[in-house]
Design a protein around this ligand. Sequence first.
Ligand SMILES: [Fe+2]
Length: 478
Amino acid sequence: MKILGINETTHDAAVCLIEDGRILFAGHAERYSKEKNDWYTNDELIADALTYGKPDKIAYYESEWLKKLRIARHGGFGGGKPYYKSSPLLKGIPVKSFKHHYSHAAAGYYTSGMTDALIVVLDAIGEFDTGSVWIGEGDKIKPLKKLKYPLSFGLFYSAFTDLIGLKANEEEYIMMGMAAYGDPQRYWKKVNNYFPWVQKQKYNFHQGITDWDETIDEQARFDIAAAVQAVYEQRLWDIMCSYKVETGKQNLVFMGGCALNSKANTMLWKIFKNVWIMPNPGDAGSALGAAAALYGKHLDWQGPYLGHDLGGEYPVDKIIDALIKDKIAPVASGKAEYGPRALGNRSILADPRDPNIKDRVNLIKKRELFRPFAPVVLEEYASEWFDMRYTSPYMQYTPECLKPDLIPSVVHADGTSRVQTVNKADHPGLYEVLTRWNKLTGIPVLLNTSLNIKGQPIINDHQDLLEWQTYYDRSIIS
Ligand SMILES: [Fe+2]
């Protein structure tokens, strides 16, 4: 049986097609409509999914009427009609909806390979829940407890994102990066008062921070970011430790938009023996989650390369040539990544040894020059270069870099790096590139960033490749 999972009327619409536990396709709407953080699916995306066959059932990622009720009572985002009701491509296919947090939990647990785990979901809000805790045993996901509105890790973080002049619900990752440049002490006490010990948080962040009484100059933006990150990490530490003690579980599945905070995620390895964060833990991943919830069993998770297929062999020789000649290799090949991180198939790869590369790549991408870049490293060398005893195939953790002088362009201001580890099974082509790069330079590391311009979706299809080449003299390797 084929099931099409749909997520929309939120900040990153997506669909996912599965068949008897196999994931056939998963893609983001924005990469087809070319509208960043598109709220709605579109015919191009759905048609791409349907090339793998027509679904027998549709699974929707949240309860539409409960969400509308919450918006009517408390305000907030969303409320548009789900697209599947009007799409002629999906006419007549029966639809089943799942609760927002259950879709998150199912996306995480059913891709984890774990059969005994604590599942924690933290986001801004889904229907009325802002967090949820579940126990996964065998193929069953059982509810344990919920965090209720207005207590919300995600809304706390988003409200301060808005306060410092960034876009809430979209640019939290920029604030996380800014935190490394700020002094967390300057505003810690004040920020901490907004989000005291978890159960005592009463401030309604849905309207933003409405009573901040100090001028926010440029340095204050960074200092507030640092304080928010510090408070967030402390609260996350507190609840994760308490849930572990309460359940006795050694394995954690962490989902929801908060699981995109790679800096905070890193400490989870100090609490749990195993941690699984699906590479698309936010709402877009709930397209897969809803499909998995309807299937009701573990999926055959083979990795995040599930989107639009450009075809072709991974262009290893061309990438190495470009790295040697120009130190920068934009590459688009095979299936697009499902999730916010480019992990090799829609990436700009670059020489991490050159300290000027960071500025060069930021200028190509039209990003702020302070923005850091991430490294991709051969898995077998990861612990020599970074303080980690785990793998990080989806860039979800930021361990300390142990050799920052050798790869300065992929080390953040606080000495950490958001690492992607690669082994041969994960991505044979990228593994080959890194192996050859290591033989040439003695460095098993490359810079890896998404192939896009700031504010635009990651490049998806052949048309995008052609358009990129009209703007830049540097062709994309494909
Ligand atoms: Fe969510």
